[in-house]
Unconditional design. Structure first.
Length: 276
């Protein structure tokens, strides 16, 4: 366990500089976006009310009150989230290939460490999960601050206040912030399984080179089919026969099976086939 934790710490530190850039980008862009959007709304209200002599009630009826929902629909807010997501998806591949493709090939030393090779696999997967949860936690910390900034800038009569829980229920965000434990297991469990599938596909490529690309793609296809099999069978063969809870538990079982197979195959490849 101690060596596994050391590997997590090692992998986390390797990406830390770029991770801190993502954190800084998110904070700066979102807070700036709240200020800019709030100021634009206030300027528009001042122009229409004091220059065009539009009654306040008519302005609110025409333009609607300002709320944090408006902020979440802008690139100021969603842009950093999308950028962070894309970079983390790229890093799912880079976290492995940097060990082989750097100036000083690091894979040999990594695989020769006095620890089970599966610890390397699990440490990389855990690191990706920590990165994701860290950015989600950052967003939860930022939301109350951004709400307060909006309240400072927009007078209450022109504003509709939303709580953090109401904001996280917005369609764009409810995948990042599940409402129930079941949704958390479904969304984040699926994400972990997807990461492990990609990891194992990469190990196929590293083990068999050109043939490994074909093996990896086939493996991904089979894994996706197994994962979605309960939904496909329920929709196209049984015509929505199962209750949602029954379907959830079947999906959970399929997901655990896919995850276990990904880890087992990855362990087998790392132990017996992968080239360093």
């Amino acid at each position: 366990m101690n060596r596994y934790l050391k590997l997590i710490n090692f992998e986390f530190i390797r990406f830390l500089k770029l991770y801190l850039v993502l954190i800084g980008l998110t904070i700066l862009t979102q807070v700036t976006g709240v200020i800019v959007e709030a100021q634009l709304y206030v300027n528009r209200a001042n122009e229409m009310i004091y220059k065009e002599f539009m009654p306040k009630s008519e302005f609110i009826e025409s333009y609607g009150p300002m709320s944090f929902f408006n902020i979440t629909q802008t690139a100021w807010f969603m842009g950093p989230i999308v950028v962070s997501g894309v970079i983390l998806v790229i890093y799912v591949f880079f976290i492995w290939y940097r060990d082989w493709l750097g100036k000083n090939t690091f894979s040999y030393r990594l695989f020769m460490l006095p620890t089970a090779r599966i610890h390397i696999y699990l440490a990389k997967a855990t690191t990706i999960l920590l990165y994701v949860l860290g950015l989600v936690a950052l967003q939860l910390v930022l939301l109350p601050i951004e709400i307060q900034v909006l309240q400072w800038m927009v007078p209450s009569e022109f504003r509709t206040d939303l709580s953090v829980s109401e904001i996280t229920n917005i369609n764009n965000l409810n995948v990042l912030f599940p409402n129930t434990f079941i949704e958390f297991i479904l969304y984040y469990g699926s994400g972990i399984a997807a990461v492990c599938i990609v990891f194992t596909a990469i190990l196929f490529e590293r083990s068999y080179r050109l043939k490994g690309i074909v093996y990896g793609l086939l493996y991904c296809g089979v894994s996706l089919f197994v994962f979605f099999a309960p939904i496909l069978v329920n929709e196209f063969m049984l015509k929505s026969y199962f209750y949602p809870k029954e379907l959830f538990f079947m999906e959970l079982t399929a997901g655990l099976l896919v995850l276990a197979c990904a880890i087992w195959i990855g362990h087998f490849l790392m132990k017996n086939k992968v080239r360093v």
